[in-house]
Each structure stands twice: as structure tokens, then as C-alpha cells.
Write a protein that binds this ligand. Sequence first.
Ligand code: AKG
Length: 422
Amino acid sequence: MASASPTVTKSSPKGKETLDAYQQAPKKLKDLWKSWTKAKAPFEVPEPSSTKPVSSSTADDALHAEFARFVLEHLSVLFAGDFEALGKFSDEFTSSKSASAFSLENVKLSDESNRKPFTEAEFKEFSNQLIEPLVKSFNLRGVKFDHFTNISKDGAFADSNALTSFSGLVVLPKLFPPIVQQTLLDQLLHYELSNSENQTNFHLHYNLSYPENGASFFSTKPESSSFSPKNLDEHKPMLNRTALEKNLHWVTLGGQYDWTNKVYPEGKPPEFSKTIARLIGHIFTDMVPEAAIINVYSARDKLSVHRDVSEEADRGLVSISLGCACIFIIGLEDKVTRELHQKTLKLESGDVVYMAGESRYAWHGVPKIIPDTTPDYLAYWPGKLYPGWHGWMSKKRINLNIRQMYEQSSTDIDDGVSKSVS
Ligand SMILES: O=C(O)CCC(=O)C(=O)O
């Protein structure tokens, strides 16, 4: 979405050509985008192209085992006092033939509909403990930052070219297990959305009245109104139900991207969540999280083909999918032949796409949300503790898109936190 300043010349990062944010996307890719917008379910998934996708099942098993162990060892708190669920979880874990046969996906952590979000302090504690297993599972996928491995996804499919045409593109299916997805979603939509320093698409035309004491917008009554138009001739007052169910499209964290002028404003931005920065920065070690966009999609929403060129740092971009699956397309021109390679991926909840190297400035877009595909463990979100909003997430896709803005980052991801990860 954030597609950059008109021309990026200021302290142009190493190896980055001057990129014009207003340049038209290649026609071939736009045609692909259009064709996907018209596709109807069930989606015909073409066979993978000549390059066989690298199976990630071994890494997935190891990841699940790692998390199962992690949950057992550290986090009975995850079961929110539901000892029956904790007992069942332990039994299933210990009776599974081998740790690697165990799938955390199949374990109901507790009654999701009654789950209470972590406080920020609990999230911090939780994420500190998560870093190690996540880094391990990330390393198991064989990603090395010094020579990017192109990993394809089981079930992902190529249109005409293999992933090898996308130097620096890393797709990590299910990197984030359910509990991490739930916790991240809580942070983004209960806490970051209620942080008045973070801009949303509403701010241009509406005055927002924030719930008291940093409470979540999901704790308000759907029929109440926290959004009053700045100009009543142009916009109507809006109920919270309409705002959150239909009209919320984005929230910015840290560097507050200015969509009108396609730049990051000068001056010190609001602080980027230290906990999220630490979690992401430890996994993706060649970038420092400084700015992020929470993209909120409903079933019919799309994101047109664009490139993200506003950042003045030639660092990887981390893109996390939560909720409904989507079709994601990406296109990159071959430097020598000028031929455009393009590819379609199906992104599901928990998948992470890392765009670095040549792929950092690739054209990409989201032509289709695949409706009603939010996995059960997120579909009830925010749950019955938020009357009127139960199941909000069943119709949504959230994308957390994280970037480093400047080559000289002033953010210390270990600021005030003891280092536990080597
Ligand atoms: O939703 C996505 O997966 C992609 C979002 C994106 O491209 C952007 O925010 O620039």
C-alpha cells in the first residue's frame, strides 16, 4: 500500500536505483492482478511450475514440537486457568509418538471465545520467551541472510516462472503458530489501534474519541459512535460497528506514513512497540523494525500493484498474514533480459513473507481475499468478552507490514531488555 515518495534520491541506499513511486506497474502484472480479482471460489490452483517447491514439512514438524515444548514448559498462563485444557494438552503432547508428529494446530488451547488478551507487560514477557523457539524454527527453514534461499511453499503455485527468479524473496509458511498469531492480533487491534499517536485511515476526515484508559475500541458498544466527521457536509457520523466492520483499512505504527504525499514525515515518530520490534528484529536480523502498517482487509478488498520505495534503507520488509487467506502476486524484472517474472502465492494465517535483496522493490499486490478462511483459532476473535464483536475476525485478513525507514537506525531492539538469544 505504502508506495513511496515520488522519487527517492535522498541518501539513496546502496544498490537502489532511483525509483519512481508514481511509475505505472508493468501491464503484464496488472493483467494478472485483474484476472485474479475476477476469480471465483473454488480457486483453481495450478500445478507448481517446473521448479518443485521445497517441502517445509520437516521444519514445520520441528517448529510445532518446539512450540509444544515451549508452551508446556513456560506458559500455563496461556490456558487462562483452564486446567482441563492444559491437562489435555499435556496428555496429547506426551502420548504423541514423537515430538515431531505433534501438531500444535490441533490443540485447542482454551475456549478461544473467552480468551483474555495479555496485558502489555504479559505480552512482553511472552514474546521474550518466544524469541528463542522462533529463531530456532526460522533457522530450521534454512534461511541465511548472506545468501537468500528461495523457499517455496507447499501449495503455493507459480504462474510461469520459478521462485528462483525472485532473488531475496523468502516465503515462510506458518512461521507463527496459533498462539503467537492470537497474541499479535490482540496487540495490534486492542492496543495499537487505541494508541492515539497511531494514525488510521479515519483521521483525515474524522475526530476520534478514544475509549478511556487505553481500553480497546472493541470494548465499546457497536451502536455507539467514537467517530465524528470533521466536516458534516462531506461525511456522515459513523457507528462504531460501521467503522470497525466496514471502514477500518489501515493503522500506522512507529513512522507514520503520509499516504497523501507518499513520504514519512520529518521529526521524531511515535515510538515503535519495543516488544514487536524485539520479536521481529531477532528473527529478521538484517533489519530494524521502525515503521509498520496494519492493513485491514474485508472479503471484497484488494490492494493494487505497487512497490514500497519510501524507505531510505535498503533493508528487508517483513509481511505477516493473519486471518483469511489471500492471493498475493509479485513481479520482478530480470536485470539482464528485462523480462518480467511474475508469481502468484496463496498466503495463509501465520505465513510470513520477507522481501529483501532484489525483491525488496518488486511490484506486488493483493487481488483477492479468500472469504471465510480465517482458521478457528482466530475466527472467534475478539471473543465473548467483547459483546457485540465476537467473531469479528472471521471475515477479515490482517497484514502487518514492517519496515526499516533509515539506514542509520536509532532503534535498539534490546533496549532495556536482557539478551537471552545468541
Ligand atoms: O497485504 C499484504 O500482504 C501486502 C501489503 C502491502 O503490500 C503493503 O502494505 O505495502
